[in-house]
Design a protein around this ligand. Structure first.
Ligand SMILES: [Zn+2]
Length: 211
């Protein structure tokens, strides 16, 4: 299944009628945060496909109106779409005293714990915990940087090792040099920095249903 991933920067080519050309055959949008609502709403309404999203640290500062209307917030949830199990964890490492969508490592660990029952249920029902985790922040030492606001979460590394999603798709880390690594394989998981946009082809796995 072709999915459009977006994060952190409005891509003018997508925010235009050329979108239909770029996103031909796309069946879902995965948005990893820090994008204006009008851009996300444009993508959803023009492509007419579902969008699953998490908020970034710059999202939502203006209140509820900053949440996109047309999508599904998957923070702390798992959804199933066309055979793909998608979960989300919003926000970035805490870096100031006005935490908004910012979490300490301990807080993120607790958030993962809150997501765990849904993952266990998936394992029982489908034989796997999930296929795709969308986050705003990267995992520790993968695509992250040393500055305080852009450190990755160690708990995401733990998550990858334990739940082995096929993809972890994140944003937050801006890419200014095309040579920077944006796709990294770690065990069973491909970690993708969605900065700007990417089109991924994720084949749904035939599920082993309990019924
Ligand atoms: Zn960010």
């Amino acid at each position: 299944m072709k999915v459009l991933t977006v994060s952190d920067e409005v891509v003018e080519a997508l925010h235009s009628p050329a979108l239909a050309h770029y996103a031909q055959g796309v069946e879902a949008i995965l948005a990893c945060g820090d994008l204006p609502v009008n851009y996300l709403d444009y993508l959803v309404s023009m492509l007419n496909v579902p969008m699953f999203y998490v908020m970034g640290n710059h999202g939502g500062e203006g209140g509820e109106g900053d949440y996109p209307e047309g999508g599904e917030n998957v923070d702390l949830r798992v959804v199933e779409y066309k055979g793909l199990l998608i979960a989300g964890l919003e926000g970035a490492q805490r870096y100031n005293n006005k935490p908004h969508f910012q979490y300490t490592e301990n807080e993120m660990r607790a958030r993962i714990a809150a997501l765990t029952p849904a993952l266990m249920l998936n394992k029982a029902r489908y034989g796997r915990y999930l296929d795709v985790l969308i986050t705003h922040a990267p995992p520790h030492l993968i695509h992250d940087s040393a500055d305080y606001a852009h450190r990755g979460f160690k708990s995401f590394v733990w998550f990858i090792e334990h739940y082995q999603p096929r993809y972890l798709i994140h944003g937050h880390v801006h890419v200014y040099d095309k040579r920077e690594e944006t796709v990294t394989v770690c065990g069973a998981t491909t970690i993708v920095n969605a900065y700007g946009y990417k089109i991924l082809d994720i084949a749904p796995i035939k599920s082993r249903m309990s019924t």
